[in-house]
Design a protein around this ligand. Sequence first.
Ligand code: NAG
Length: 535
Amino acid sequence: MFKTLCIRSLFFAAITLAFIACSEEKKERIAMPTTDLSKVSLIPKPLKTTPTNSAFALDQFTAIYTSKNATGFEEVGTFLADKLKSKTNLTIPVNSEGANTIERIIYINQSDSIDIEAPEAYQLYINQDSIIINANTAEGAFRGIQTLRQLVPIESNDTLALQKIWPVPSGKIVDNPNFGYRGSMLDVARHFFSVDDVKKYIDLLAYYKINVLHLHLSDDQGWRIEIKSWPKLTEVGGSTEVGGESGGFYTQEDYKEIVRYAAERYMTIIPEIDMPGHTNAASVSYPFLNGNGKTPKLYEGMRVGFSTFDTHKDTVYTFIDDVVREISAITPGPYFHVGGDESHVTKKSDYIYFINKVEKIVQKHGKRMIGWDEVAIADVDSTSISQWWASEENAKKAVDKGMKIIISPAKKAYLDMEYDTLSKFGLHWAAYIPVDTAYVWTPEEYGIPVENILGVEAPLWSETISNIDELEYLAFPRIIGYSELSWSIKENRNWEDYKIRLADQAPFLDRMDVKYYPSPLIDWKKSDFTYETIK
Ligand code: NAG
């Protein structure tokens, strides 16, 4: 009996010793390395960063708590936990009451102290034992957790990696975007991209706080969205693409899934049906739409400006009404893009008549019309939006009409322009756009009054790209610069500083399997930022 007791005591003593040793080990772990928060390669650069000299230890003893009564906050917490799981393999509980052995907490709080007029604003406080994200809306909290994701190193240094600790440098970030509209456009008409491809692009855009994805859903070479009242659009018009491959289209369920996926990332989908030009695929499907009364053939080339709808037939407007109605019904965002570019074979007076009528149809279905800059020559409403891509004269007309402008100058912001003469994909009719040219400009420099600027959008036309790798080659890394151009104020943007932060995106892009263009202007880092250990 005595012997058993002794053995038992020894056993408990051993456990206690082990426990003490373990706590010692935990204490040991608190000797965290530090990195100056203001030196971490965040993109887009936050408004204001104040470093303090310590770090938060993200490890298995971390939990996330969110405001529970504020809409969307818990989902933002879960999104963060999922992303941290895939980065670190840590399972971090969200709002789990029973979680024990919790030592450090990430709070995601709804806070009225942040201006409701700035729905994307957030504050991020990183202390040794807590991280606090304050935002008025879940959208702001969502932008804030993107910053936090970027602050968690992909690999911590060797000692910390063994202990499965990811150090997050401490300090305070106060942030708010300069422009509320930060977008990219994807042309799924010249070449079709699957729902999964689009989702991957959305994920990458969201990481850089881009909040609009404009889908160019129709063009001469293809019609890419199911319209139930006009089924041949996709049966016939969706059957090919540039180069003659079999094309494809989104069913309405597919489109809803894209919209849902984007909304989960606080991103608005803008559908575009390009008209009255760029309409060959629609006219092949329903020849009565065609301006010259003939039945055209499917088109697999790369020319622009040769097609037009018949702007005089009532049935054409019935068709457009159905299309706008069906798409608007599954588009929660406020915008509908009607194209309107390069209607070279439409008479000017017919074009004006057409855009005036189509604007009313869009408004009837509860949306705000966006069009390429040409639409400003019609009698458009001040509530409609012009996407400036080519003509400064048209941009001025839009300003005179009181319209808001999306800044997309082809010479600076077209993602389908070649980087240089060695570029594997792309065109160069507007310019070669190397990574520095894409970054070193300001949306305000074209004389468009700031109050008219809605934001910036970088279009990716797909004549020369047919799969996600090629898409990524043209989009990355330039789109990362456009995210900073539209989020960060001018005073916070500087090429020398940016190119170092961009180089540090390589480990993330590699981990996401992004086939970015390895621009020789950038000294790409293949490993994550390093820490100096201080005890
Ligand atoms: C323009 C066309 C577009 C084409 C692109 C290629 C606009 C608004 N229109 O000619 O259909 O794909 O250039 O860079 O850009």
